[in-house]
Each structure stands twice: as C-alpha cells, then as structure tokens.
Design a binder for this molecule. Structure first.
Ligand SMILES: *[C@@H]1O[C@H](CO)[C@@H](O)[C@H](O)[C@H]1NC(C)=O
Ligand SMILES: *[C@@H]1O[C@H](CO)[C@@H](O)[C@H](O)[C@H]1NC(C)=O
Ligand SMILES: *[C@@H]1O[C@H](CO)[C@@H](O)[C@H](O)[C@H]1NC(C)=O
Ligand SMILES: *[C@@H]1O[C@H](CO)[C@@H](O)[C@H](O)[C@H]1NC(C)=O
Ligand SMILES: *[C@@H]1O[C@H](CO)[C@@H](O)[C@H](O)[C@H]1NC(C)=O
Ligand SMILES: *[C@@H]1O[C@H](CO)[C@@H](O)[C@H](O)[C@H]1NC(C)=O
Ligand SMILES: *[C@@H]1O[C@H](CO)[C@@H](O)[C@H](O)[C@H]1NC(C)=O
Ligand SMILES: [Cu+2]
Length: 571
C-alpha cells in the first residue's frame, strides 16, 4: 500500500540546525489535539499532534549544541516529554518520565527541556505519560556528530509505527479491564510509515545513481515489530540506538529490539527500474487481525518516475543484533552488583492482567521517585523508602551493574533502560542458569533496548556513572501501563549534590496536587511507610480465597472473555 499523508497531516517542519558546535537551537513544541488525521488512509481520528499538525516535527541538533525544547501543554490532561536514549547526565529531571522524574506538565503550562547533547545518533522524543505517544505525540530526534564515522551522500529518516483507530484511554479501559482476564493485547488497526528528508516529510525516497544513502529507521510502535528489507539492494548496518557500529552487510532484519537502526544503502548505477522497501508485520502476538491491518507494507524507492517498479522482495535474511560490534571498542568486565528481574504477566487480585517484575506490578508512588531521592538526606540510599510497589533498586555509585532478566512469559518483551546504553553480555532462549554465567566479551553490542525471547533471558551490564532515577520497563505500551516497570535509583547521595531540580517542576507538582518531598508514601518522617499505595497483589491468602477468586474470574472469562478480543477487531 502507498502511504500518502492527508492534507490535514501536513508537517510543521522546523529548520534543521546546521550551525557549528556550540550553536543555540530552539524548538517550540505545543502539544495539541488535532482532528481528522488519517495517516494510514483507513480512518480519520483525533490525535495528539504538535503545533496543530501531525506528524510531529523532526528535532535535530549537533553534538554539544545548546538544545532548547519548549513544550507547551495545550491538552486537557497533564503531559511530559521523554527523549528516548538521551543520557541527561546531571539533569535527571529532564528525562520526562512522569511519576519518576517529574509530576507532569499541567494543562496550560510549559516546561523547557534545555541541554547540551554529549552523544549523537538516532533518537526519538515522545510523551511518557498515560500512553500519549500511542495517540501521536512522538517524533524523530537526531543528534549530529562532530565527524561521521562513515561517509554518505544523503539521508532519509524512516519512521515506522503502529496505528490505532481508537484513542488510548478507550483501548486501555478494555485491555486493562476485567473483561480481558487473559491480557490479550490490542492489535493495531494499521501501520504508518513516514519518510523525512531532514527538512520535511516526503511521500517516497528518491535514489540518484551511484550515491550512498543513510536510512535511519525508527520503530515508534506501541506493540508491533517489522521485518525490513529493500528489493534489489542490501543494507550495511552502521548504528544501533545511537551507537556507531562496525559495518555489517545484511539483506534484512527485525526492527524490534531495534528502537533505531541506521543502514547505508548504495544506489544502483542504473535507473531503468524502481524498487521498494518491504515491511513485514509480525502478527504472531495478535489475538485477532483487524480488517484494516495488512501483513506487508511497502514504501517506494524511485530512481526514475518513468521506470517500472520491480516488486521482487530481497531474499529473506535476519540479522542478530548480538553480532553487531560497536565502533568504539569496550570489553565487558566483571560485575560489582547484580539485580535479577523475573518477568511474569498474570491476573492479580483486581481481576486485571498485569505485568510484574519479581511478582510486583508497579504502581506510581505518591511522590515521584526523583523527589524522594533528593529530599530524604542520608536515608536516600535505603531502598525501603521508595516503597514496595515501585520495583526500586539502589545502584551504587560507579559500580558495574548487571541486570539479569528472566522472562517467564510466552511472549517476547523489549526492555528499555533510561539514562544509559548497556552492553548485552548474554541472551538465551532458556532462563538464566547461574552455573553458566556470561563470559567476558571483547566488544559486546551496546543498546538502550533489548528484546528478551519467550521463556528466555538476557544479561545486561552498565556502569553506574549517571546519578539519577532511571526507569527500566517493557516498551510494549500495554505491558508498561499495567506494571512491567522498575526504578533504578543510581548513586542517590551523589545525586543530591549534582542534581538541582528547577523550581518550576515543584510548582507543577503543587498545581497537580502531587507532593514533591518525602518517601514513596508521602511521609516526611521517611522511615514511616504508612499510607503507601498498596496493590494490586498476587492472588494469595489460602486456597479458599484463591479458589473463589479464580472461579469468579473463570466464569466471567467464559461469559465475557472473548468480548474484548472481538472489540479490538472492531472499528
Ligand atoms: C563544547 O562546548 C563548550 C562550550 O561551548 C566548549 O567549551 C567545549 O570545548 C565544547 N566541546 C567540544 C568537544 O567541542
Ligand atoms: C513519489 O512521490 C511523489 C510526490 O508525492 C508522487 O508524485 C509520485 O507519484 C510518487 N511515486 C510513486 C511511485 O509512488
Ligand atoms: C518496537 O517493536 C517492538 C516489538 O518487538 C515493540 O514492542 C516496541 O514497543 C516498539 N517500539 C520501540 C520504541 O521499541
Ligand atoms: C557503479 O559504477 C562504479 C563505476 O563503474 C562502480 O565502481 C560501482 O561498483 C558501481 N556500483 C554498483 C552498485 O554497481
Ligand atoms: C510479508 O511479511 C512476512 C513477515 O512478516 C514475510 O514472511 C513475507 O515474506 C512478506 N511477504 C512479502 C511479499 O514480502
Ligand atoms: C533517617 O530518617 C530518620 C527518621 O526521619 C532520622 O531520624 C534519621 O536521622 C535519618 N537518617 C539519616 C542518615 O539521615
Ligand atoms: C543458553 O543456556 C544453555 C543452558 O545453560 C547453555 O548451554 C548455552 O550455552 C546458553 N547459550 C548462550 C548463547 O548463552
Ligand atoms: Cu512486554
């Protein structure tokens, strides 16, 4: 299918920053509702756009620029903006994760995310509150390096995302409802592919003979992964998640783990045929196929508009991201501190299917965790003050941290860590075996997302050199929203010295009625946890209770279980 942008979806394009290192670059992003947007040509709907338009603009700056992004909230609910993959060293409060590093920007108010990027590559920005990115608040963010590792003539940004016809709050009521006891996820109604040439969104990619193109592929989905290939061409992977890699040629890969991949594609010397990029949708996790969803999408690559299309797909190939080598070599070293996270998805005592780490489904604390860390003095390194519902882990300053993820679920999950890129030192189709610890590797791949296979495991490592509170969560929006979420409190005592939270963030908490001091229960006597958010909990308390609850839900499931799945497929 050809993906054209409806007139109402014309882009508000900001001009790219081309100044020298140290330039000041400013973007004004006003979050607004936009009616009648129909990017997939299937059904128009209201979306969350930027500056009255959708898709949201490209944000681009140079390494070491002073980048200012003013976010104005013209929605009727709080919002926040996360810059996915940016480290924000010394500025943890710019991370934008609502409930963790800020309360949220109240309706009518603004917040300025101002920083000097000390990294480069392909990133994206998105709302990090109540699923607003699923409704459209998401756009590309590119940081240009002082010098590129690889030469290329031009680039295209290819943004791939799944698309729902209903608004997130409505879908969420069904997904996280008692009518969906098995936790069946909503499949998207469509897929939207957006191409950006650095100055504006365009309809298709043009290749000039003999030139080399960098394609920056960004997966902004809530749920869906794609297989990417280009008929008649191969691709050389040169970047994952902002990390330059040694060149690796492939015919195709899954854009899953892959938040972002850059590839170089060398154009043919001939213009007698046009080609297309093929996107195969992984439908294996969908309980139902909505009528408007296709299994394959394409986007044209034009050498000469008069030439015919050669639609032959490239031979099937899958590249394992574990085989990618970072350009800047970093061997893995022995870990100092190890954290094990057991992943499970199951129905809890509220009758709703939740995601859990170590049997705990995350519930937002009364006080967003960053405020607890900076307001509790010497007690900030005691994990208990962060509450029992936040999956809190205190990371010791400058230690090599190891995170072992054990996925006890039959689906695969993409986990994302804020504030860092980690080494993936092991991944396995079976659960972690302590008698078989990961070997030291000469140069493991470094990413900010890891896909953990069904009933499998992964081992990540990173240096705790970025004091702050960083979220760690499944990037499937439906799982994150129902509790598959943890908080890493990194070097809290140093954080109290180095992190100065701007007053406006305290004012915004006040306005929203959220306390901004004390422990997770909102108590200033920080060792007193009374009044803490409690539940939902694993069903326990003796067989009698378990039996009754299970029976009640089984009957309900029999009566209503299919209703939600069918509703997901309706438009
Ligand atoms: C980054 O900018 C600062 C301030 O403008 C300057 O002092 C510094 O040398 C720059 N760093 C690099 C690596 O260019
Ligand atoms: C490519 O995009 C241009 C501009 O919108 C359009 O005129 C042209 O028909 C497109 N070509 C193909 C093959 O889709
Ligand atoms: C990318 O694809 C995966 C599917 O594996 C999806 O769950 C994830 O949320 C998508 N988005 C991002 C940003 O990784
Ligand atoms: C295009 O032609 C040049 C010069 O003859 C050659 O070096 C190059 O390999 C050709 N490229 C392709 C993709 O065939
Ligand atoms: C469509 O995508 C699937 C993978 O999701 C792939 O197996 C199949 O070959 C694709 N079909 C075409 C025509 O590209
Ligand atoms: C921890 O909090 C308790 C209760 O507020 C207080 O008495 C104690 O001095 C604090 N400890 C440190 C190390 O700050
Ligand atoms: C996966 O785990 C099994 C059992 O512990 C082990 O034999 C195998 O080497 C592991 N594979 C990898 C890639 O680590
Ligand atoms: Cu998940």
């Amino acid at each position: 299918m050809r993906l054209a942008l409806a007139a109402s979806a014309a882009a508000a394009v900001a001009i790219a920053a081309t100044g020298s290192v140290g330039a000041a670059t400013t973007y004004n992003l006003e979050a607004t509702y936009v009616d009648n947007v129909n990017p997939s040509n299937t059904q128009a709907r209201r979306v969350i756009g930027i500056n009255g338009a959708w898709p949201p603009p490209l944000v681009v700056a140079n390494y070491n620029d002073s980048l200012t992004v003013n976010v104005k909230n013209s929605l009727d609910v709080p919002t926040s903006m996360h810059s996915h993959g940016i480290f924000f060293k010394g500025q943890n409060y710019l991370d934008g994760a609502a409930g963790v590093t800020q309360c949220g920007i109240p309706p009518g108010e603004s917040f300025t995310y101002q920083y000097v990027p000390q990294q480069w590559g392909t990133y994206w920005y998105h709302a990090h509150i109540n699923g607003q990115y699923v409704d459209g608040f998401r756009g590309p963010l590119i940081i240009r390096p002082p010098t590129e590792v690889y030469k290329y003539d031009a680039e295209y940004i290819v943004v791939v995302g799944d698309w729902y016809h209903k608004e997130y709050p409505e879908i969420m009521r069904s997904y996280a409802g008692i009518h969906n006891p098995t936790g069946s996820e909503p499949p998207p109604d469509s897929v939207v592919v957006l191409i950006h040439d650095g100055t504006k969104y365009i309809d298709n990619m043009t290749f000039a003979p003999g030139k080399t193109y960098r394609l920056r592929l960004i997966n902004m989905s809530a749920f869906t992964m794609y297989h990417i290939s280009i008929g008649g061409h191969t691709m050389d992977v040169i970047e994952v998640d902002g990390e330059d890699t040694n060149r690796k040629t492939t015919g195709g890969f899954w854009l899953s783990v892959a938040s972002r991949w850059s590839v170089l594609v060398t154009a043919k010397n001939t213009t007698d045929k046009n080609y297309q990029m093929d996107l195969g949708v992984d439908t294996s996790m969908f309980a139902i196929m909505p009528p408007t969803l296709q299994t394959n999408y394409t986007t044209p690559i034009i050498y000469n508009p008069a030439s015919p299309l050669d639609a032959t797909p490239a031979p099937w190939e899958e590249l394992d991201d574990m085989t990618l080598e970072p350009h800047v070599v970093e061997p893995s070293t022995a870990a100092d501190q190890s954290i094990t996270l057991d992943v499970r998805l199951d129905m809890l005592d509220d009758g709703i299917n939740h995601g859990m780490f170590n049997e705990v489904s995350y519930s937002k604390p009364k006080v967003p965790t960053i405020f607890t860390a900076v307001s509790t003095g010497g007690n900030a390194s005691k994990v208990d003050i962060y509450g029992t519902r936040t999956n809190a882990h205190v990371l010791e300053s400058n230690k090599m941290i190891q995170v072992i993820i054990n996925n006890n679920d039959a689906g695969s999950h993409p986990f994302h860590l804020h504030g860092h890129r980690f080494q993936i030192v092991a991944r396995n189709d079976s659960l972690y075996d302590p008698s078989n610890p990961p070997a030291l590797l000469p140069n493991p791949v470094r990413r900010d997302i890891v896909q953990v296979p069904p009933l499998g495991s992964a081992v990540l490592q990173f240096r705790a050199d970025n004091p702050g509170v960083w979220a760690f969560h499944c990037h499937i929006e439906w799982h994150m929203a129902t509790g598959l979420f943890a908080t890493f409190i990194e070097a809290p005592l140093e954080m109290q010295q180095s992190i100065k939270i701007p007053q406006v963030l305290y004012d915004q908490c006040n306005k929203l009625g959220t306390p901004s001091a004390g422990n997770a229960a909102g108590n200033l006597d920080v060792l007193d946890m009374t009044g803490e958010v409690d539940g939902p909990n694993v069903i326990s308390g003796g067989w009698d209770r378990v039996g009754k609850i299970a029976l009640a839900f089984t009957i309900l499931a029999a009566l209503l279980g299919l209703a939600t799945v069918v509703w997901f497929g309706s438009t």
